[in-house]
Ligand binder design. Structure first.
Ligand SMILES: Nc1ncnc2c1ncn2[C@@H]1O[C@H](COP(=O)(O)OP(=O)(O)OP(=O)(O)O)[C@@H](O)[C@H]1O
Length: 227
């Protein structure tokens, strides 16, 4: 078995204060290895988005440890974490957070430009990724001219441009028909096998979850392993 890429140890996340506190994550232990696809299911409001944001260092845990390649993340400052996320993590959010005034191509290139790449370096990989999600014909279109499913595939291309080690995806096939959902799943599956990408994906699609290496269910703030 390969070395862990990512480890969460006893992660808790509490919102609010005083008698208005709600404990959404109550002690998450999770190990992700390169090349592994892990599906997370759970009822609405069970904390799946909170889990992805906390594991992805977008929200600080209330307690517990996060390790990436054995190195502690939870002790790093925001500046260092921003660099880490740009280099090593890809995110697909439920609401894409694409920039509406920019084209699909520009949105996909954005993380590379933020990471210091020149436009001339970022263009070809961005075009390749848009082609891989079958959006060759939409590259120059502004995001607000794209359908919900096209926006979701653009967000996937953007999440992959930096060749992340770990992709955290919140319902990445939610707006897609079954053919596009299949395309996205196959693309990710291929990256896992070929490049060792690790994927942690929230999905309500049980058929998709069944094809992943592992399925976990978030119940009452704890991750349970499904058979
Ligand atoms: N910033 C916040 N402040 C207070 N409570 C919050 C905050 N963010 C989330 N919560 C609460 O945490 C719980 C889990 O929310 P979360 O969005 O993580 O659930 P989810 O499983 O992703 O839901 P869904 O499947 O409906 O998207 C909810 O009860 C929500 O109201």
């Amino acid at each position: 078995m390969s070395e862990p890429l990512f480890e969460a140890r006893a992660i808790r996340k509490i919102f609010g204060n005083g008698n208005k506190q709600i404990e959404v994550l109550k002690g998450i232990d999770l190990t992700l290895r390169p090349g592994e696809m892990t599906g997370i299911v759970g009822a609405s409001g069970s904390g799946k988005t909170t889990l992805l944001q906390t594991l992805g260092t977008l929200a600080a845990p209330s307690s517990g440890q996060l390790l990436f390649n054995g190195e502690r993340l939870d002790t790093k400052g925001e500046r260092e974490l921003a660099g880490f996320r740009n280099r090593s993590l890809g995110f697909i959010f439920q609401f894409h957070h694409l920039l509406p005034e920019f084209s699909a191509l520009e949105n996909v290139m954005m993380p590379a430009l933020i990471g210091g790449a020149r436009r001339s370096q970022a263009t070809a990989p961005a075009r390749r990724l848009l082609a891989a999600v079958e959006l060759d014909h939409r590259q120059e279109h502004r995001v607000n001219e794209l359908s919900g499913g096209e926006q979701q595939r653009t967000a996937l291309a953007r999440a992959l441009i930096m060749e992340p080690d770990l992709l955290l995806a919140d319902e990445p096939t939610g707006n897609l028909d079954s053919r596009a959902g299949e395309l996205v799943f196959n693309l990710l599956h291929d990256l896992c096998r070929r490049r060792g990408l690790a994927v942690l994906m929230v999905t309500h699609n049980l058929q998709l979850a069944a094809r992943m290496d592992r399925r976990l269910t978030l119940v009452d703030g704890i991750l349970e392993t499904n058979s």
